[in-house]
Design a binder for this molecule. Structure first.
Ligand code: ADP
Length: 476
């Protein structure tokens, strides 16, 4: 099969969250199974900043948008058996951020990602016919819409199947209806069973409606989003399409996330010999100006600073966390939380370490050096960091939702089974209770060693998830 992964971010070229990791690894896993797989994303400033230099594949491809002709270049970079294509249109993508500044989204995002969708469709005649277009998140939502409407009779797409994967229901790409003429979406699609959603144009909804199947990134989340609580207003549509809704858990790229070959960490270690973890903990303490203490748990987070991630709960119980542990956080996002955490670092100097930025190297140091990793998410489609943590022998303390619930089992000191700690209600008490349970086990070296061993034994490699995607592609 020929499969094109369509995603607004792909690791290591441009990343703001888990989506990039997924689309950074899945095409390679598919290619390894004997299929031709490619990925396509905008040529952002960040791609250049990250040191990548794709080369020209096709110059001056033309497309029509808003009654005018526009041109872009298609660039290519070959990596590990995968062709990665970049849409070069500096006017729209050569900016400091991918989607907007910390203060607000870019004003022209509807147009930027309509252009992206049209550019992908225009590129496929040069890339070659595709059996499957695998679209990801709202930014690629107009690809299925344009193909099934404007290109309904285009032989290039007559046999192409489309899968739309939702990585987060809460980010739907909502824009005022007035954008429709600018992005060539006809008004007759602006209805309740079309792109319209409570008086707005909804790009994710377009993707869901015009695709052949929908998937999301864990079985748990695929069930949760059928309910009003997690469906973010699209649960009705999802219930109507339940037969074509799938849940496939994300894999982990262990060539990137493994303490045995991690170039960013102070000392390498693996499941047979974890002694190097102590040096990593010391290194992490040094980075954040915390006094190293082997006997005191180092509790960590790496997260977008957004309400979704339950960071308000962390702030509420910080004083209690610090009674028995130190705390470090690497995060970036909501200005309000950027400030709150910086204040906490000042207030609890030497006990709380805060880094407000996006820093890949530091995220590896944290995974390797911490004893516990907190993910008190309000909802979590899959979550990757709990799976990375397992590989580094860092015990996850998570809320029992979505992919977190699917991948973490409560540790039972009597049977010594389980790979972390879970709590149900999004309350300060429940969260603190789980942390206290973890700290109590930490104090008992024998039990803690057993728990860490269980974590290290978990395998969430792409192998099985890629197989499930291939099966789904074939079934389309
Ligand atoms: P989401 O995609 O909702 O942000 P995930 O847990 O699925 O959450 O994936 C988050 C990914 O982004 C992980 O790889 C995590 O390490 C990374 N990440 C999040 N914030 C930062 C940051 N400030 N610096 C470096 N990496 C980060």
């Amino acid at each position: 099969m020929n499969i094109l992964l369509i995603s607004p971010e792909v690791f290591p070229f441009a990343k703001t969250g888990g989506l990039a990791d997924v689309v950074g690894a899945l095409p390679e896993a598919i290619a390894k199974k004997g299929h031709k797989s490619s990925a396509i994303l905008p040529y952002y400033q960040l791609v250049k900043k990250n040191g990548f230099k794709p080369v020209m594949f096709k110059k001056n491809i033309s497309l029509r948008i808003y009654n005018r002709e526009e041109f872009f270049n298609l660039l290519i970079l070959k990596q590990n058996g995968v062709d990665v294509y970049f849409i070069e249109k500096n006017e729209y993508y050569d900016r400091e951020f991918l989607y907007g500044t910390p203060q607000s989204d870019y004003q022209d995002n509807a147009f930027r990602f309509a252009f992206y969708a049209k550019a992908i469709i225009a590129s496929i005649q040069y890339i070659g016919k595709q059996d499957v277009l695998h679209c990801n998140d709202w930014q690629s939502g107009l690809v299925p819409l344009y193909i099934r409407t404007h290109h309904k009779s285009d032989p290039l797409f007559s046999k192409t199947k489309i899968l739309f994967t939702i990585h987060n229901m809460a980010y739907q790409g909502l824009f005022p209806g007035e954008v429709l003429p600018y992005i060539d979406v006809p008004w007759d699609l602006y209805t309740a069973d079309g792109i319209e959603f409570w008086g707005k144009a909804n790009f994710m909804k377009a993707g869901m409606i015009f695709s052949d199947a929908i998937s999301t990134v864990s079985k748990g989340y695929s069930r949760e989003i059928l309910s009003p609580e997690f469906g973010c207003g699209l649960d009705g549509l999802l219930r109507a399409k339940e037969k074509m809704l799938y849940g496939i858990i994300n894999g982990v790229d262990y060539s990137v996330w493994s303490p045995a070959n991690d170039k960013f960490i102070a000392e390498k270690f693996d499941e047979k010999d974890t002694s190097g973890k102590a040096a990593c903990k010391k290194d992490l303490a040094d980075v954040f100006g915390i006094k190293y203490n082997a006997k005191r748990p180092m509790v960590a987070m790496i997260t977008r600073l957004a309400e979704q991630k339950g960071i308000d709960l962390v702030v509420n119980i910080m004083k209690d966390i610090l009674k028995e542990s130190d705390f470090v956080i690497l995060g970036f996002g909501d200005e309000k939380y950027n400030n709150i955490f910086q204040d906490l670092a000042k207030k609890h100097k030497g006990k709380v370490g805060v880094s407000i930025k996006f820093d890949n190297a530091l995220s590896h140091k944290i995974e390797a050096g911490a004893d516990m990793f907190l993910m008190p998410s309000r909802y979590e489609p899959c979550g990757l960091n709990q799976m990375y943590s397992l590989k580094y022998g860092t015990v996850p303390v998570v809320r029992a939702v979505g992919g977190l619930d699917d991948t973490i089992q409560n540790f039972n000191p009597s049977t010594k089974k389980g790979n972390g700690f879970k709590f149900k209600d999004a309350t300060n008490e429940a969260f603190l209770g789980a942390i206290k349970d973890a700290v109590a086990i930490f104090k008992n070296k024998k039990l803690w060693d057993a728990l860490v061993k269980n974590c290290l034994a978990c395998d969430y490699s792409w192998e099985s998830s890629a197989e499930q995607y291939l099966k789904l592609y074939k079934n389309l």
